[in-house]
Design a protein around this ligand. Structure first.
Ligand SMILES: [Mg+2]
Length: 262
């Protein structure tokens, strides 16, 4: 089998609404059946993400090439319990993904799902902890990021990520959440099923050593770090992350490195 590429987006293909150098050309060189755009961000739907990529100038994009942590969460719940009932706290992209496979039920949910983005408040936390403590619902988190980068009024801001938002539910119940997104394996396993690929077929391209690269290494994928996002050129890798197979300053540079080595 030929190589498949799992590609993180924010910090690899774009920052906010700005496309990064070499990104559209790099993506155009990979046939659509051998690429999947994967993101820990559950806020936008795959259709919405595909539309954004197309608007930015990426060619031949559709929603089947996009896997979000919300979609992966909904699929994982379906595999655990077909017809599952859920109570969700998070943005519209999460609710949309869950509605496709399950039924919302704030009184007898099997799962409490906490996602990144707006949604948490005193009432939703109260409902959730009573479902978990009182009815044995399992706590599930879309992604473990402590913080994420965002833009507000044209300014860069740091906002709480999925890990920060699920923390109050864990503290209140004393239960640890099942985490779907990177660096945990479930999102990547779903990505491989979608591509019909095994870890040795896959090359993961990401900008974060602690999530993108670490999660892929744990599963035995090859990895490419692109230092255009959270992680600057020259910065040392955090403890516990091995050197990636490719380490590039940009996607243009990665294209050259890959052309010479695979
Ligand atoms: Mg990223």
């Amino acid at each position: 089998m030929k190589h498949c590429f799992l590609i993180d987006m924010d910090g690899v293909l774009y920052h906010g609404d700005a496309v990064l150098e070499g990104a559209t050309r790099f993506v155009s060189r990979i046939p659509p059946p051998r690429r999947l755009f994967v993101t820990n961000n559950p806020i936008r739907s795959p259709e919405n993400v595909a539309h954004k990529l197309s608007q930015m100038g990426f060619a031949d994009i559709d929603e089947t090439q996009v896997l979000t942590s919300a979609e992966a969460t909904a699929n994982w719940l379906l595999r655990q319990k077909p017809g599952f009932r859920y109570f969700a706290v998070g943005a519209e992209g999460l609710h949309e993904a869950l509605r496709k496979h399950g039924a919302e039920d704030s009184e007898a949910a099997d799962f409490v799902v906490v996602g990144e983005g707006p949604g948490i408040d005193f009432n939703s936390l109260t409902t959730a902890i009573n479902l978990i403590i009182g009815r044995g619902a399992r706590l599930v988190s879309t992604n473990p990021d402590a913080t994420v980068d965002a833009t507000a009024g044209g300014q860069h801001v740091v906002v709480p990520g999925g890990g920060a938002l699920v923390a109050p539910f864990e503290v209140a119940t004393g239960r640890k959440a099942i985490v779907i997104g990177k660096p945990e394996p479930l999102l990547y396993e779903m990505a491989m099923r979608r591509l019909g690929a095994s870890p040795s077929d896959c090359i993961m391209i990401g900008d974060r050593p602690d999530t993108d690269i670490l999660g892929a290494q744990r599963l035995g994928m090859r990895t490419a770090l692109v230092r255009t996002g959270r992680f600057a050129p020259g910065e040392l890798l955090p403890d516990g992350v091995r050197d990636p197979d490719w380490d590039a300053g940009s996607l243009s540079e990665l294209e050259t490195l890959l052309t010479n080595s695979i």
